[in-house]
Design a protein around this ligand. Structure first.
Ligand SMILES: CC(C)(COP(=O)(O)OP(=O)(O)OC[C@H]1O[C@@H](n2cnc3c(N)ncnc32)[C@H](O)[C@@H]1OP(=O)(O)O)[C@@H](O)C(=O)NCCC(=O)NCCS
Length: 153
C-alpha cells in the first residue's frame, strides 16, 4: 500500500528553484507563454502556485488566485509528453479542493476558443461559458477572444 502511495504524483508548493523546469513546460505548450516574471510575480503575490511531480519529474503545475469568495485559475499546464494521461484532470481536482478550502464559491478561468484540449477538459468538469472577452489574447497575426468559463463550487 505505501509503495502505491509513494509512486503517485504529488502536489508541492512551487519554489523559485522550480522555475527553469516550469518555463521549459510553459514554453513548449503555449504559443504565448508566461514569462519568468509572470511566475515570479505570482509567487511574490502569494498566489496558490503548485507543482505536480512524480519523483523528480515535473509533470505540471497551476496558479490559482482566491479573493473575495472567487477563485481565478490563472494557469494550469501539463508537460506535453504527459498529455492525455489524466494529469490535467488530477490537477484540476486539486484546484477545486484548494479553491473550496480557501472559501471560493465560484471558480473562473479564461481559455482560447482554439484550445480544444482545455475546453474539453473544463467541459468534462462542468464549467459553463459565462462571457467572452473580445481580443483578450495575443495571437499570431492579431488577437484572439477569451472565453470566460465558470464553475460553482
Ligand atoms: C489542457 C491540458 C492541461 C489537459 O491536460 P491532460 O493531462 O492532457 O488532460 P487529461 O489527460 O486529464 O484529459 C482529460 C480529458 O480532457 C479532454 N482532452 C484532453 N486533451 C484533449 C485533446 N487534445 N483533445 C480533445 N480532448 C482532450 C479529454 O476529454 C480527456 O479525457 P480522455 O483522455 O479520457 O479522452 C493540457 O492539454 C495542457 O497542458 N495544454 C497546454 C496548456 C493549456 O492549454 N492549459 C489550459 C489553459 S486555459
Amino acid at each position: 500500500m505505501s509503495a502505491v502511495l509513494k509512486d503517485a504524483p504529488r502536489l508541492a508548493r512551487m519554489q523559485t528553484g522550480d522555475l527553469a523546469a516550469v518555463l521549459a513546460i510553459e514554453n513548449a505548450v503555449y504559443t504565448h507563454p508566461w514569462t519568468r516574471g509572470n511566475f515570479g510575480d505570482s509567487l511574490r503575490a502569494s498566489y496558490e502556485c503548485w507543482t505536480w511531480r512524480h519523483d523528480n519529474e515535473l509533470l505540471g503545475y497551476f496558479v490559482l488566485l482566491v479573493a473575495a469568495g472567487e477563485g481565478h485559475l490563472l494557469n494550469l499546464s501539463v508537460a506535453a509528453a504527459r498529455h492525455r494521461a489524466g494529469h490535467g484532470s488530477e490537477l484540476l481536482k486539486e484546484v477545486l479542493v484548494l479553491a473550496r478550502h480557501r472559501g471560493a464559491q465560484h471558480l473562473y478561468l479564461e481559455v482560447r476558443p482554439s484550445n480544444l484540449a482545455a475546453k474539453a477538459l473544463y467541459s468534462r468538469f462542468g464549467f459553463r461559458q459565462a462571457a467572452v472577452r473580445p481580443g483578450y489574447y495575443p495571437a499570431h497575426g492579431g488577437r484572439e477572444d477569451a472565453l470566460v468559463l465558470t464553475l460553482a463550487l
